[in-house]
Design a protein around this ligand. Structure first.
Ligand SMILES: Cc1ncc(COP(=O)(O)O)c(C=O)c1O
Ligand SMILES: [Zn+2]
Length: 411
């Protein structure tokens, strides 16, 4: 038996039966969330028992929506390291800084968690195929887990999506389509196509289980910081599943009395070319409004109208955090900086966090004594690198070549 008590609407509270396939609230059309019997979960496992379990997303079995005998569709996702960043912290004049390195997941991004969980549940509940609109990485992950489940999938991405994510979906046998526009345009096509194909629509937060996968980042973070929460947490925000998911994980651990204290200050980080959450936050809006002409090379941040705008803005305000937009140049500079000082070639979306952190430090919103976690959502290798110049090409005699190397390194 699972520890799920029910699924409820995050806006109107309507209860839904979790034993059948679910999308959005049947009453008001808003986002659903899985709720657990946390007392029973707490009585079933101890922290000591947890510590003996295998690493990975299903380590926290009591807080996943799987039935007791439900086999996960898995490639070993989760269990990513929380890396201390002492050299970057020193460079920035900050104290305690960590990155949750989600680039070490299968598929090279945190999308593996959400799609692994959603496809597991959908398959159990009878799905025979899938449809997903994506900025790239989610489509790649959906394709990979659908292949692992032996089921077909349609992936629709905007033109200009990073080629590695498209190739990842194609090589896994997905039906891949590109179109003019953004993930929002792709989402509209998926909403029309899914009922015709009778395949399940995996759009961000339009079913309740991707969130349960992303939530495991929060569960792991709590365990990795010895059952504390950091003071500040920065998250690169597109659709916002992780931003909603991490505090959901913390909340549930609080309900189990495994952690106490206050939430971190959550900061949503976006690109200046597509910043609906930052705009909504600055304007004090209740929810986000669609961003016209979204442009950024950080494809995962190119989400003009996130479905969970309302939930994200509430979280940012209630936690005392905020929202920051950074420029394309800042993102590229940060990507090179993180690789040079810590050896992590992180995705542009994740590098945006470092650029935002510099701004928060300059504004003294974040101080030296704060414990800070950056969620590095993906590996840089899935994207074109930032401009790096050409490597020096060695020519001439052996002696001349040796001389060129010595002159270039200055020794
Ligand atoms: C590498 C990367 N970071 C961040 C995001 C944004 O994630 P979310 O939709 O959870 O806000 C994406 C989404 O495509 C992504 O691929
Ligand atoms: Zn509702």
């Amino acid at each position: 038996m699972s520890f799920v008590s029910h699924v409820e609407c995050t806006v109107c509270g309507a209860r839904h039966d979790h034993r059948r396939p679910l999308t959005v609230c049947e009453k008001c059309g808003q986002m659903l969330a899985v709720r657990y019997d946390l007392d029973r979960a707490a009585a079933s496992v101890t922290k000591e028992q947890l510590a003996t379990r295998q690493a990975g997303m299903y380590r926290f079995r009591e807080l996943t929506p799987l039935d007791a005998d439900e086999p996960p569709v898995t490639l070993g996702e989760g269990g990513t390291p929380l890396l201390p960043l002492p050299r970057l912290a020193a460079h920035l004049g900050l104290g305690r800084l960590w990155a949750k390195d989600e680039g070490q997941n299968p598929t090279g991004t945190f999308k593996a968690r959400g799609l692994g969980m959603a496809i597991t549940r959908a398959r159990t509940l009878g799905a025979t195929g899938f449809v997903i609109p994506s900025a790239g990485n989610a489509g790649g992950a959906a394709a990979v887990y659908a292949a692992r489940a032996g089921l077909p999938v349609v992936v629709i991405v905007p033109r200009g999506t990073p080629p590695a994510a498209i190739a990842e979906a194609q090589i896994a046998g997905a039906h891949v389509f590109t179109l003019e526009g953004s993930i929002a345009t792709a989402g509209k096509v998926c909403a029309k196509v899914a009922p015709l194909l009778r395949w399940f629509d995996l759009s961000t937060l339009k079913e309740p289980y991707r969130l349960e996968g992303k939530k495991t980042m929060g569960l792991e973070l709590a365990e990795q910081l010895d059952w504390r929460m950091p003071d500040v947490l920065l998250y690169p925000t597109g659709g916002g599943t992780g931003l909603v998911g991490i505090p959901k994980g913390y909340d549930e651990l609080r309900g189990m009395k495994w952690i106490g204290g206050t939430f971190p200050k959550f900061f949503a980080v976006q690109a200046e070319g597509c910043a609906p959450v930052v705009k909504g936050f600055v304007e004090g809006a209740e929810t986000t409004t669609a961003w016209e002409n979204p442009t950024t090379h950080a494809a995962g941040l190119r989400v003009p109208s996130p479905f969970a705008g309302r939930q994200m803005l509430t979280l940012l305000r209630e936690s005392g955090g905020g929202a920051v937009a950074v420029s394309e140049t800042e993102i590229q500079d940060a990507q090179r900086l993180v690789a040079r000082v810590e050896g992590i070639w992180t995705a542009p979306e994740a590098a945006a966090l470092v650029a935002a952190l510099q701004r928060l430090r300059d504004a003294r919103t974040v101080t030296r004594d704060a414990e800070i976690v950056l969620v590095f959502t993906g590996a840089g290798i899935k994207n074109d690198p930032p401009p790096l110049g050409s490597p020096t090409d060695l020519t001439g005699s052996d002696e001349e070549i040796v001389d060129q190397v010595r002159r270039a390194v200055g020794r």
